[in-house]
Design a protein around this ligand. Structure first.
Ligand code: PLP
Length: 446
């Protein structure tokens, strides 16, 4: 791409430091300027249309240009554009959204606390886990178990629970309190001749061995995404979540389910905790909570988690944590309207109904010579490409991802995987359109 002086692309390179890029490559290459969106499509600044195969960053459930969200934001901006929730103050939209979330939670939950990003939410849960252990008179119970390839964000605690090396290297992470157990992806880590059941048993043994080695009395919590997203859309093997929960109960370890991607219908149920029968103490949500129209995340916690924390705040005199934007009324007003749309339009049902079309389409693409296999659940899935030995790890997926974008679809390549997570409003015809683009791109690269 040639970059015209003083264009938005040129000024982007000059002034704007981006996340998740090679900063030196970015200085040469620049970025694609997305200018507008409508439904499942976005448009760049030349007017070219793309089907958004990743719903932005796994997040725009209701699609782009949803007027009800624009109106909810505008109405709240006019009425009360900002207020905080410190010092015994509150606002209506945050209360209404908290109440709605409690009513749809997959397990009985007591309280909701609002934050602005998935990283912030996970970081705060880590702090609350430590606060709670102190409250219970167990100051030694502080370690947190994450999983290799798990992703929980990039702040210091959340980034430490994340199990992806690139998020640690040179950032001096992870913190010593965070340890990681095996990644339960059968297609990636199953051994030759090993059955899925035997693989699950091995993953559970790894977890229990780690707990015993570290000392169960030192371990406070286990973190997991029901389906790992940023690790490359990794679905759990049969019996995994059931087995994990038995082990956590045995050693009195809290379970934090990170549904930042999975929540609000992605797996075909409102929460993936329902899909996999997971009963967490804490549920972390974001992304599809507001369809990312506003930065918003939330922590939902059960009584077992909340009560010792409330006692400790009483002892200290204050729960001395909070952000200027905790319970921001415009963000929660948009979140409230968004969750209402998801319920009213049965977008969770849409994901369940389209699961077969989506997974069959992926399986058909897996017959292509460049593709090794496919996987997914609900409306989240991936194609695993056969690695190119000479060009190196991830080269095949990068080439295919670039070709897919040229053909008019935006997806994300992670390792050897091409990941899909379209808006929940997508139709069967649009899934076909998306996969036709992917097939053209695969043929172009082959
Ligand atoms: N948790 C999960 C499961 C995620 O997928 C992400 C982001 O992709 C995060 C946490 C971090 O969220 P954020 O980027 O809003 O900080």
């Amino acid at each position: 791409m040639s970059i015209t002086p003083n264009s938005v692309e040129a000024r982007d390179i000059a002034y704007h430091m981006h996340p998740a890029v090679n900063l030196r490559k970015f200085e040469e290459k620049g970025g694609l300027v997305i200018e507008s969106g409508d439904g499942v499509y976005v448009y760049d600044n030349t007017g070219k249309r793309y089907i958004e195969g990743l719903a932005g960053l796994w997040s725009v459930a209701v699609g782009f240009g949803e007027k009800r969200l624009v109106e909810a934001a505008a109405a709240q901006l006019q009425k009360l554009p900002y207020y905080h929730s410190f010092n015994y103050k509150t606002n209506g939209p945050s209360v209404d959204l908290a109440e709605l979330l409690i009513s749809i939670a997959p397990v009985p939950m007591s309280k909701v606390h609002f934050t602005s990003s998935g990283s912030e939410a996970n970081d705060l849960v880590a702090k609350m886990v430590w606060y709670r252990s102190n409250a219970l008179g167990k100051p030694e119970k502080k370690k947190i178990i994450g999983r290799i390839k798990g992703y929980h964000g990039v702040t210091i605690a959340a980034g430490s629970i994340t199990g992806i090396p690139a998020n640690h290297t040179s950032f001096d992470l992870p913190l010593d309190r965070m340890v990681h157990t095996s990644c339960p992806s059968f297609p990636h880590f199953g051994e030759d001749g090993e059955s899925e059941e035997a693989f699950t048993a091995r993953m559970l043994k790894d977890l229990e061995d780690l707990i015993v080695k570290e000392g169960p009395e030192t371990i406070a919590a286990f973190w997991g995404e029901p389906v790992m997203g940023a690790g490359g859309v990794l679905t759990p093997p049969k019996g995994y979540w059931e087995g994990v929960q038995v082990i956590l109960k045995k050693y009195d370890i809290l379970l934090v389910a990170d549904e930042v991607i999975c929540g609000f219908g992605r797996t075909g149920k409102m929460f993936a905790c329902e899909t996999y029968d997971i009963k967490p103490d804490v549920l972390v949500i974001s992304k599809q909570l507001s369809s990312s129209y506003m930065p918003l995340s939330a922590i939902m916690m059960n009584d077992n988690f909340y009560q010792p924390i409330a006692d400790e705040s009483d002892k200290i005199g204050v729960f001395a944590h909070g952000f200027t934007a905790s319970g921001h009324p415009v963000a929660t007003a948009v979140g409230l309207e968004n969750v209402k749309i998801i319920i009213e339009r049965d977008l969770v049902g849409n994901a369940a109904r389209l699961e077969k079309t989506f997974l069959d389409g992926l399986a058909k693409l897996a017959e292509h010579p460049l593709v090794d296999s496919s996987r997914g659940i609900g409306l989240i899935g991936a194609l695993e490409l056969t690695p190119w030995e000479q060009e190196g790890a991830g080269a095949a997926a990068l080439a295919v991802a670039e070709a897919i974008q040229e053909e008019g679809c935006i997806i994300r390549n992670i390792g050897e995987a091409i990941c899909f997570c379209p808006p929940l409003i997508i139709t069967a015809e649009q899934i076909e359109e998306m996969f036709a683009i992917v097939l053209r791109a695969l043929n172009k690269v082959a």
